[in-house]
Design a protein around this ligand. Structure first.
Ligand SMILES: C[S@@+](CC[C@H](N)C(=O)[O-])C[C@H]1O[C@@H](n2cnc3c(N)ncnc32)[C@H](O)[C@@H]1O
Length: 352
């Protein structure tokens, strides 16, 4: 095939894919649009690699003034140069804009890179996920279950709220009345806002990023609630809180799958957290701070993750922190309409 023929074949394939994406988005929007307004979901998952050769994830954001999409491209199943990738992304963006009836300027597509344990990571590469990507911030305030959250669709890979944890946030709200809550890896504080709105007596929120703690403060101001933010490496925080004899009724642990920030240097994990290797360490640290009949909510956003309940129970028994522990997988309960049949974080509730 001549170079020209290859080019033509590639662009017609892109055209076909744009058509497929258009049809899929029209169908999904028809299915979820009314549901989202009825249930008060200001952001929902519209497309999640439904068509394998279009490995995009697209979330739809709306409030009474504007609508926008934030999404990410995962690895495409064949080689391509960056120029071809750029034009392909533009074609998908145009298809999404016309399918949803919104301006292409309100569609933000980013490229997701996977972080794997053992890779010679540099701090810059680590930051890829959480550092500013662009400078023309596209911000909105969306509503979810009557609460308000500030989102930024342009500057980061993640936007400030995870739609897949919507039902778990509601469960936390329902459990929080009169309780003390510890929200670990709190990011922009969405769990904390729900807990505070649910009548929690006190909500401590720990994250090592000052950017996100400021953002959490903004979300609290938007909802007229107060939380106790703390900037710290969670693993050092757990040690210190244990030595100070602090205890909570509810603990939320929603860690990243991998983390190795400079701020973790010299911490009890040697500066690198890998959820599959270190989750027992994290859970034992949390259980030591949990009051009798307290609840630990643990979310995992990693592929093929299995919680070894037996190992957890025996570690707990040996820790002397108590006798009875129940572990329940509640992933099915937290799967909402827009995540039916989709990859979801697994969620457990561990009761002491
Ligand atoms: C997946 S996000 C958590 C999402 C959050 N629970 C929510 O519901 O929106 C992971 C967060 O962990 C924070 N983080 C990563 N490693 C950490 C560590 N060692 N100590 C404290 N925070 C950490 C990041 O800054 C980020 O805000």
């Amino acid at each position: 095939m001549t170079e020209n023929e290859t080019g033509t074949a590639a662009s017609s394939r892109t055209e076909d894919q744009a058509g497929m994406l258009f049809n899929r988005l029209v169908k999904r929007r028809r299915h979820l649009g009314k549901w989202a307004v009825r249930t008060g979901a200001g952001v929902y998952r519209l497309y999640d690699r439904d068509i394998p050769e279009i490995p995009l994830v697209l979330d739809f954001y709306h409030n009474d003034r504007e609508q926008a999409v934030s999404g990410a491209l995962y690895k495409r199943p064949y080689e391509k140069d960056s120029g071809e990738e750029e034009s392909w992304l533009c074609a998908m963006k145009a298809a999404a804009a016309s399918a949803l009836g919104i301006s292409a300027e309100n569609i933000f597509l980013k490229i997701r890179r996977r972080q794997r344990h053992g890779d010679p990571l540099t701090s810059k590469e680590f930051g890829a996920r959480y550092q500013k990507e662009a400078n023309g911030a596209f911000e909105m305030v969306i509503k979810e279950n009557g609460l308000s959250f500030a989102v930024n669709l342009s500057d980061y890979i993640d936007t400030g709220i995870f739609p897949d944890l919507r039902l778990l946030r509601k469960i936390i709200m329902g459990e929080a009345s009169g309780k003390t809550v510890l929200n670990l890896f709190c990011y922009t504080g969405s769990f904390s806002v729900y807990a505070a709105k649910g009548g929690a007596r006190r909500v401590d929120s720990v994250d090592m990023s000052s950017t996100y703690l400021k953002w959490a403060g903004r979300n609290c101001a938007l909802n007229g609630v107060k939380i106790w933010p703390e900037r710290a490496d969670v693993f050092r925080f757990l040690e210190r809180a244990e030595s100070e004899g602090r205890r909570w009724d509810i603990i939320i642990a929603d860690p990243p799958a991998f983390s190795n920030s400079k701020k973790m240097k010299g911490n009890p994990l040697g500066g690198v957290f890998d959820i599959k290797r270190d989750y027992q360490f994290l859970l034992s640290g949390c259980l030591a701070l949990l009051k009798e009949s307290g609840k630990l909510f643990f979310c995992v956003n990693a592929r093929k993750f299995n919680l070894d309940t037996g190992a957890l129970l025996s570690a707990f028994e040996h820790s002397g922190a108590g006798k009875n522990l129940s572990v329940k997988d509640i992933s099915g309960q937290v799967r909402d309409e827009d995540f039916k049949g989709r990859r979801m974080p697994v969620c457990y509730v561990v009761t002491k």
